[in-house]
Design a protein around this ligand. Structure first.
Ligand SMILES: [Mg+2]
Length: 377
């Protein structure tokens, strides 16, 4: 196997991301909070990142709430934030509409209060009826969206208004499992009108451009939990990305990621901003990360470890002790090796691999990551 320069995750980050990047552009749901509650440890990690000099931008495809409401929620959770620190997909949509049709253009909002507020803040004229001849319908998530708003949008789009979607996430996470997201509601209007919407939220580069415009970031790091919005959006914009495992993406989904959705860095949670990230290096037909190795074989993968098994916590972090070389496996080095081995073998296509363990530490690691389907006896 030849080394594939630029295989995502392979380079790692020799410094803590707080030193290598000026701004972290943080997704919210699944990264900072899950539902109403903060992800444990994340407020402390973000406070430490700020102390280290990193600025934080909070980026959400959820267009329903205003930046003031989002900032208030974050502050309550122990992550102090101003409205100016929050970038919503409604704001990205409003910027795009104002650029295309000019400040003052008439726009029909569909969604929560955050949608109309963002349009007004961008100098656009908000109307509530198709008969007011809007140039665009901007549709974002809102729990109050019902038949009447959707019907108004359909009439306006059929009369010539451009249908603009703040995002097309089909679902939103909830304690009761996935519920209808904005993409599902946008689909209603698109199905009835037969017209494809213009999408401005993640992963569209318009959203990243809005973040950079607002934060003045020079070397941003996008932090997210979703491959097809956060990470793909970063890749399409040419920005570095960090995937955290506190949201919707687990190891099996990560391994099978589309080439355009593979992150540069991987961490359990936002504490990954505070520590260096190990490189994954080629060694014959193996890829090594710390004491772990992985290799591609017959389309599948084999994982092994050269180190005696260390005591670990439930999520695989070292229970105690610090090796002499200063590198501490955060419990994900084996997964990094698997990803690079697999992606180097499949640089242009998404493939869900079967993974085998070579030895007991690898068997335990694969069980922890729910990858244990094919462990050898
Ligand atoms: Mg998320």
């Amino acid at each position: 196997m030849s080394a594939t320069p630029g295989t995502p995750l392979a380079a790692g980050c020799a410094q803590a991301p707080t030193s290598a990047h000026d701004v972290a552009l943080l997704d919210l749901d699944g990264v900072v909070y899950v539902g109403p509650d903060a992800v444990p440890g994340v407020p402390e990690a973000l406070a430490a990142a700020r102390t280290a000099g990193m600025r934080l931008g909070f980026v959400t495809n959820n267009a329903a709430r205003t930046p003031q409401e989002v900032a208030g929620h974050l502050t309550e959770l122990g992550v102090p934030a101003d409205a100016a620190d929050v970038i919503t997909s409604s704001q990205a949509a409003a910027t795009v509409v104002a650029q295309r049709w000019g400040s003052g253009a008439r726009v029909l909002p569909v969604g929560g209060p955050g949608v109309a507020a963002a349009l007004r803040a961008a100098g656009l004229t908000v109307v509530d009826r198709a008969e007011d001849s809007p140039v665009a319908v901007v549709q974002g998530y809102g729990r109050e969206v019902g038949w009447a708003q959707l019907a108004e949008a359909v009439v306006a789009v059929r009369a010539g208004a451009r249908h603009v979607a703040t995002n097309t996430d089909a679902t939103i996470p909830s304690p009761r499992g996935p519920l209808p997201g904005n993409g599902a509601m946008v689909g209603v209007v698109a199905t009835v009108t037969g017209r494809e919407p213009l999408v401005t939220g993640k992963p569209d580069p318009a959203m990243h451009a809005e973040c950079v415009r607002r934060t003045g970031a020079r070397t941003p790091l996008v932090v997210g939990d979703r491959l097809d919005t956060d990470i793909e959006g970063a890749r399409r914009a040419g920005a570095a990305s960090l995937l955290v495992l506190t949201g919707v993406t687990g190891p099996a989904v990560l391994l099978a990621a589309d080439p355009g959705c593979r992150p540069d860095l991987l961490a359990h949670d936002c504490a990954g901003l505070l520590t260096p990230h190990p490189a994954v290096v080629a060694d014959g037909d193996r890829w090594r990360c710390g004491t772990w190795w992985a290799r591609s074989r017959h389309g599948g993968l084999v994982l092994g470890s050269d180190a005696p098994q260390q005591p670990t916590t439930a999520d695989g972090r070292p229970a105690a002790g610090r090796p002499d070389d200063g590198h501490v496996d955060d419990g994900l080095d084996g997964l990094r090796a698997l990803c690079v081995a697999h992606w180097a073998a499949h640089p242009g296509e998404a493939v869900a691999p079967a993974v085998e363990a070579d030895g007991e530490p690898a068997r335990q690691a694969l069980r922890r990551w729910d990858l244990a389907g094919d462990a050898r006896p």
